[in-house]
Structures are given as structure tokens and as C-alpha cells.
Design a protein around this ligand. Sequence first.
Ligand code: SF4
Length: 485
Amino acid sequence: MLLLLQASSFNLNFLAGKSPNLNLNFPALFPSPMEKKQEKKRARSTKGVGCKSTVEDIEDFSSQEVVKIRASLLRWYYENQRVLPWRINQDEEKEEGGEDGREARAYGVWVSEVMLQQTRVLTVIDYYNRWMEKWPTVRHLAEASQEEVNEMWAGLGYYRRARFLLEGAKSIAEGGEFPTTVSSLRKVRGIGDYTAGAIASIAFKEVVPVVDGNVIRVISRLKAISANPKESTTVKSFWKLAGQLVDPSRPGDFNQALMELGATVCTPLSPSCSACPISDQCHAMSISRNCQTVQVTDFPMKVAKTKQRHDFAAVCVIEITDCKDPEFWKAHSENTAFLLVKRPDEGLLAGLWEFPSVVLDGERVDATTRRKAMDQYLKKLFKIDIRKNGSLILREDVGEYVHIFTHIKLRMYVELLVLYLKGGVNSLYDKENENSIAWKHIDRKSIQGTGLTSGVRKVYNMIQSFKQQEPMNPTRATRKKASKH
Ligand code: SF4
């Protein structure tokens, strides 16, 4: 008995390696007869038919595997973690101390995790730093307007995330305290299982797992799981397995280590298995050695992507000038104003500003029909009577631009429309707007610094390059039939 205790103590120190304060909470180091039986069964299944396991075959991690994976992964993480602005190591956290420190950490983890969904780390760093400078605490964020938040978010895409962050901050500020557990965090609008797990484990040390794409990939390979990773039963298995691995004394560090391994070593297409700290526990690796037709990248199973919908839209960039002379406008086009309309509060790009656009029936809609549709829309929206109140200076097709959303491929036919209006853009505000569509104008200088979605920014840049490349000929436009706004 004494010998056994000494052996355990020696192994614990050995496994703790270069991190003297690890204090890892290890389960039994020596496999029980049941665990030995499981190992044999696993070995048989990896050599067996098809060399792969399915969801029915997914077994728990053995205590031995848990011990080794925790120790190796944490040691690797402490030596190799990337320095990122939202990460504070344990010692710094102690110095920061107290409830405020934990709340600050929770807020930082929350913002970074939301930004990192669908966006690369390198892109997020700059956004995160600017965000924290503007709204250093959840209470500062709660005071912000949706407009300001969208502007800060511009270019990150998936604007629903920004809306939920603001709504979540408002509800936390109203409640008075930052929720500290997964169950209380899940009650905040926009915080799902993953984000709740990340905040609770990293900032408040709750012993809970997190499962994102990186974790799914690493666990799929560790356990050689070839079941469909999108199916709910498989997802449940990933959460269960990640829960078995999470280290009770350092849940936040362990979760970050697992995600970090997936992001930097166990990558989707070319994992660096020779540099992997847990390759000895990796079943995909051992199967690929014994079975030539199998590679570690076969895990997780590739799932066919949902077919993209193809949409088409006519987009009109409207410049309003108070200068009647087309030649003068050419020379002073920096004095013009652009019209932007607000998208509906629900659906794609909800509540964001864009150039006036009309959804088309399909790609076979010709230029004349597109213009007619746009004219009708503008007449309804702005009630412009061009013959009474002004004149058309230029109307040109500028080109096409395809913007890819997750499930939608949107082809935009972009045109530039320059109008002279008596009284300039302000005369538009005199018209009674019966439609519920919100719109505004923005001058050329301000549009440069305004947070626009990447699609709108792209359209604006198209217009600017068109103006630079094409010697604009306003007289050509005047020859065209005047638009009936
Ligand atoms: S050995 Fe290779 S496949 Fe297995 S976990 Fe490590 S990096 Fe991933």
C-alpha cells in the first residue's frame, strides 16, 4: 500500500512537469479490471471492420487517458499558448484579484468568444482592442446604442452577434451582477452553451466543458469518431467526453488548451501530429498507422454543406447634389450626399444601413427592367419628382458584385445615379414619408469613416473606382430618358 502511494506521488510530480503549481486533480493512475477490458475492446474495434468507430461505439475516456491527456495538454498549453489580449494567466489574475477582476475577465472572455465565432483570431485582435477601449466594462457597453455597436462591428459580419452582445449587456447591467454559472449565463439572450461554458470555466472556474469546432475535431480524432458530428446524439457525446476531460482544478486553462490545440496543431487539413502533446492517446493516429486507407483527417466525418440559395438584387448608389451644372458637379463631387436606407429589424443584416436595393426575380432580369423596378422603389420611398424639382446628372451601370453569406450567394447589379435637387438633399426631408422605411443621408467625408457592412463598403468602393477609371460624361446621361421618380 505504501509502495503504491509513493509510486502515485512520483508519477504526479513527473506528470506535472515544468508547472510546479499545477496541483492537478488526477483520478486513479492504474487501470481497473473494467478499464483494462475497455482498452482491449477499443483495440479490437480499431483493428476491425472498416477501421472506424461510429456513434454506437463511442466509449468514455478511461481514467488513465484522462490523466495523461490533462497533464500533457496543460503542460503544452503553458509553454505554447498564444499571447492574446483577452487572455490573462493565473498569476496576473491573482494580482488583479477580487470580484471586479473576475467580472472584467468574464466580460473580456464573452466579447472575444462572440467575436471569434466565424472570424479569425488575427482579425479579432484589432476589433477587440478597439471595443475594449470604447466600452471597458459591461456597464459601459450597456449604455451604448445599437448604431454605435454596429459601427464598431462593421466588417466582422454576422451582425446578430453584435445585437445580442448589446442586449445581453443591458440585461446584465439591469440585473446588477454578472452571472457566474452556466445555468445563469444561459438565461442571458444570445449566450449559448458554448459561450456560457467558456465564461463560467475561464472567469469563474466552474468545472464545465466547452465544445466548439476545434474541440469536436480534437475529440473526434482522439476517439476516432466517424459519426456525423452535426447530429444531436453525436454532439451530446462530444459534450459528455469533453466533460470527462476537463480538469477540475484548472477548468478554464484546460478548455483553452483543448481549443488551442485544435486551432494551432490539430488543424482541419494538415495536423502537426509529430508536435502533438497527446498523440500517444490519439486513436485516429494509431488507426492510420495500422490501416493505410485511413488518415487522421478522415475525422471528424465530412458533412455535405447546405446548398446555397442564389439571390439577385439591383443596388442604386444615389448621390444628391445641389449643383445644377454637370461639369461643376464633376469637379466638386465631394460636396454630394449619399442616401442610405435601413434594413428591416428582422432577417438578414437586420437594422443595418445599405444603399437602396430591390430584390430581383432571378438573374435573367435585364437592365431596363432593373431600372424600372428601382425607379418605382425610389418614387415610393423618396417621392422625388425629378422634372419638377431637379434634373438627372448621371446614371450609369457600374458593374456586378457577388457577396457570399453563409447560405446565400447574393449577386448585386450596381448602378450610380446622380441627381440635382433644388434645395439639395434637405428638400427630401420635407416630403411626408408614409412608408415605414427609415433612411438618412451621409456626406462623402463621413461615409469614409462610417462603419458600413463589408458588402456596402465594397459597393461604395466600386463606385469610387468607376469614377476614377471612367472619364465620366454627364452629357451621356442627359441623353438618356429621364428617370420618372
Ligand atoms: S495526434 Fe494528430 S490527429 Fe491526433 S490529436 Fe494530435 S494532432 Fe490531432
